[in-house]
Design a binder for this molecule. Sequence first.
Ligand code: GLV
Ligand code: MG
Length: 324
Amino acid sequence: MSFTVFEQAPARLNRSELAVPGSSARFLEKAAQSNADIVFLDLEDAVAPDEKPKARKNIIEALNDLDWSRKTVSVRINGLDTPFMYRDVVEVLEGAPDKLDLIMIPKVGTAADVYMVDCLVSQIEAATGAKKRIGLEMIIESALGMANIDAIAAASKRNESLHFGVADYAASTKAATVGIGGPNPNYGVLTDTLEDGSRAYHWGDMWHYAIARMVVAARAHGLRPVDGPFGDIKDGEGYSAQARRAMVLGCEGKWAIHPSQIDLANTIFSPSENEVAKARAILDAMEQAKAEGRGAVTLDGKLIDLASIKQAEVLVNKAAQITG
Ligand code: GLV
Ligand code: MG
């Protein structure tokens, strides 16, 4: 290990993160009863400018009156370049003290953006005597945010997670695509001529770099990397494929922008019994190897070594976190 060690963010389950517009009291009520690990109550893009004051009021009422005890609850505030952000933070934290776990900062561009929200939250916590320390979630969804991702990840001790906001990211980078996440048929490679004279076209994952980059920045700073939205809410198979590839790259979870996506995310981001059993077998084999003074052994014909212990522990620890 390096001599530089970042503290790990508080261990919270973050397999599914449900987005719910603050403008709808009915949706807020349903969200509180859902299976989502985390719910973020939205004041930003799902709420029209004229609706912002009403949405704040709904959110304050929902935080005070509904039972959120079985989940982590966050509020997505408006961006720092809007006239809404300061009121979002002040009104929600003062109106529902000690109810919120996290604040989500959208379109974060620099470390100073995080500093600004940290400062505001710290002042309100000191003034209200709040006991619950608010954590911060940052959405990486602009070219500027991606360019400054390491500094953003390190910007505050409140930081808990980085999220990939694929729709705004596509707009900011001027990507030639209009869907919210998912593959694009124009992003692929055409093979040379194959032996049978044909050529094959393979679709690629145009979001690979962004997600892999976010995972590295998040993990290097002890934060949770979380994949963002998938817009085609009728396509559960498409959602699941996107979630699986994010999981394989190291993400802890994925947003659900519709309740039907919650259980898909919870299942995909929970290690299966089979995977956990394999991981335990690796730990047992390495325990045995240690007793015999060996650093590496073979298990089912495959080499395993000290790094395998760490990989296996990730799965076993995740399974333990889920069963509580
Ligand atoms: C999320 O906020 C996104 O822009 O995808
Ligand atoms: Mg966005």
